[in-house]
Design a protein around this ligand. Structure first.
Ligand code: ATP
Length: 303
C-alpha cells in the first residue's frame, strides 16, 4: 500500500506544480497578449517628465469594431490633482485606466502625458511613470518581501518595511511566524482582498511614480479597513496626478473633478459640491448611498 501511496502522492504534488505553472503561464500569456495590442513606433523616445498633467482629448475607443465603448471622452487631470470616475458597471471606467496605461490605442482623439501623445513615446516609459493599484492584485507565489519589493526591485528590507508600515500592513506581516519571509499567494498564506490591496499600495509607494491609477475594490471591506486604505491612498496620492475609479462615493468627495460615466459617455462632471447642487444623476447616487438603503447601493446601482 505504502509503495502505491508514495508515487500517487508524488503524482499529486507534480500535478499541482504543473497546474500552477500553467496558471502562471496563462497569466503571462494574457499579459503578453495585451502587450501585443500596441507597439512602439520606430525610433520612439522615452516620455520626458516635467509637468505630469494627463489629458484625454475627444477619445473614442472600441475593443471590437462593432461596439464603441467610449464616445468622445475629454478630461484633464492637472499635475498633482485627483480626478475620480464613477458610474454603473460596464460604463467604461476601467477602460479609461487601460488606455492611459496604453494596453490599447485609441481610435479617435488622443491621450497625452506631460503634453506628449502616449502613442509617440515608448510604452516602457509610460508604464514607468504610472503606478496602478488594481482592484484585484495578483500576488506571486513568493515571500511577502518579494511581493512588495516588486515595486522597485533591489529595494532593501528597511525600505520594504517602511512602505509596509505606511500601507498599514506591517503589523499583520509582523504577527506571522516568518514575518516578511512568509510565502503568500496560491501556495502560501492567503490574504484578504483588503490585505492584498495594501500590498499593492506598498508596492506603488516603493515605485513612487508621478502618476497613480487607483481602481477601488468593489468587494466590501470592513469599514476600518476601508478607512485605513482610503487614508493611505490619500497620502499616497498627494502631489501625484491621480485617476481614481471609485465604487464608493465617499472616496471621491475631495477630488478635483468627478466624472459621472454612463454607457461610455461623461454625462455629468464637477466637484462634489457642484454636482450635488446640480441635483442630477450624481446627487441621486449620493442620496441613495446616504440613505438607509445605502448598504444596498452597490447592488442597486450594479457597481
Ligand atoms: P466595472 O465597474 O464593472 O469595473 P467599468 O465601468 O470599469 O465596469 P469597463 O471594464 O471599462 O467597465 O468595460 C466597459 C465595456 O467594455 C463593458 O461593456 C465590457 O464588456 C467591455 N469590455 C471590457 N473589456 C473588454 C475586452 N477586453 N474586449 C471586449 N470588450 C470589453
Amino acid at each position: 500500500m505504502i509503495q502505491l501511496y508514495i508515487p500517487l502522492n508524488f503524482l499529486g504534488v507534480l500535478y499541482r506544480e504543473i497546474k500552477q505553472s500553467l496558471t502562471d503561464l496563462d497569466k503571462m500569456f494574457t499579459l503578453m497578449e495585451r502587450e501585443r495590442e500596441v507597439a512602439d513606433k520606430p525610433g520612439a523616445q522615452p516620455l520626458r517628465g516635467g509637468d505630469w498633467t494627463v489629458r484625454f482629448e475627444h477619445v473614442t475607443f472600441a475593443y471590437e469594431p462593432a461596439r464603441t465603448i467610449l464616445h468622445d471622452v475629454s478630461f484633464e487631470i492637472p499635475a498633482g490633482k485627483t480626478v475620480a470616475v464613477v458610474g454603473p458597471s460596464g460604463s467604461g471606467k476601467s477602460t479609461l485606466a487601460r488606455l492611459l496605461y496604453r494596453f490599447y490605442d485609441v481610435q479617435q482623439g488622443r491621450i497625452t502625458i506631460a503634453g506628449q501623445d502616449v502613442r509617440e513615446v515608448t510604452q516602457a516609459s509610460v508604464r514607468q511613470a504610472i503606478g496602478i493599484v488594481p482592484q484585484d492584485t495578483v500576488l506571486f507565489n513568493d515571500t511577502v518581501e518579494y511581493n512588495i519589493a516588486y515595486g522597485r526591485p533591489g529595494a532593501s528590507r528597511d525600505e520594504v518595511v517602511e512602505v509596509a508600515r505606511a500601507s498599514r500592513i506591517h503589523d499583520f506581516i509582523a504577527s506571522t511566524p516568518k514575518g516578511y519571509d512568509t510565502m503568500v499567494g496560491e501556495r502560501g498564506l492567503k490574504l484578504s482582498g483588503g490585505e492584498k490591496q495594501r500590498v499593492a499600495i506598498a508596492r506603488t509607494l516603493l515605485k513612487d511614480p508621478p502618476i497613480l491609477i487607483f481602481d477601488e475594490a468593489t468587494s466590501a471591506l470592513d469599514s476600518a479597513n476601508e478607512r485605513a486604505i482610503q487614508a493611505e491612498l490619500k497620502s499616497a496620492a498627494q502631489y501625484k496626478t491621480t485617476l481614481v475609479i471609485a465604487h464608493r462615493l465617499s472616496t471621491v468627495v475631495d477630488a478635483h473633478e468627478i466624472l459621472v460615466m454612463e454607457a461610455g459617455r461623461i454625462i455629468e462632471r464637477g466637484t462634489h459640491q457642484a454636482l450635488l447642487a446640480r441635483n442630477g444623476r450624481y446627487a441621486e447616487m449620493w442620496a441613495l448611498q446616504q440613505s438607509a438603503e445605502g448598504e444596498r447601493f452597490t447592488e442597486v446601482m450594479g457597481m
